[in-house]
Design a protein around this ligand. Sequence first.
Ligand code: GLV
Ligand code: MG
Length: 325
Amino acid sequence: MSFHVVEQAEPRLNRSELAVPGSQTKLFEKAAKSAADVIFLDLEDAVAPDDKEQARKNVIQAINDIDWGNKTLSVRINGLDTHYMYRDVVDVLEQAGERLDLIMIPKVGTASDVYAVDMLATQIEAAKGRRKRIGFELIIETALGMQNINAIAGASKRNQSLHFGVADYAASTKAKTTNIGGANPDYAVLADKQGEAPRDIYWGDMWHYAIARMVVAARANGLRPIDGPFGDFSDPDGYRAAAKRAAALGCEGKWAIHPSQIALANEVMSPSEAEITQARRILQAMDEAAKAGRGAVSLDGKLIDYASIRQAQVLVKKAEQIAAQ
Ligand code: GLV
Ligand code: MG
């Protein structure tokens, strides 16, 4: 390990993160009773300009009045380039009670964006005597944000997670897409000619670079990497495949923009019984190896060593976290 110790953000289960528009009050109670680990009440892009002020009031009232159980509760504020943003932070932090856990900052472009909201939140917490320090979720969804992602990830002690906002990212980079967060048939490899045989086409994942880069920036700063939306909520298989790709790269959660996506995210982002059993077997085999004075052993014909222990420990810890929920 490096001499530099990466401080880990407050641990939270973040397998599914449900987006709830702040203007749609009838959805609030349902969201509170859902199986989502995290809920964000949205003041940003799911709310029309004319509804912004009412949505802010709705969200404050909902945080104070609804029983949110053991959910992590967040509010997505408007971007720093709008005139709504300062009042989102001031009104929400001054008027919503201690039940609120996080503020989600969209379209973060530079570390200074985080610094600015941190400054505001710090002043309000001190002035109002708030006891719980609000954490930050940061959406990386612009070319500028992706370019500055490392500095952004390390910009505040409040930072807890990075999120890949694929829809705005596509808009910002001018990427050609077909479905929010989905695969694109144009992003494919055509196999070489082999005589007259029909040529295979291999679809690629056009979001691979962005998600992988976010995972590295998040993990290097002790934050949770979370994959963003999948727009076609009538395609559970497509959602599951996208979530699996993100999980394979290290993401530990994915947004749900429709209640039907919550169970899918929880399923993909939870270790399976078989994985947990295998992790426990690895830990046991390594324990026995250590007692016998050996650093590496084979299990089921495969090498396991200290790196395998660390992977197995991560998995078992996640299973315990889920069981404790
Ligand atoms: C989320 O905000 C996105 O733009 O995908
Ligand atoms: Mg967005």
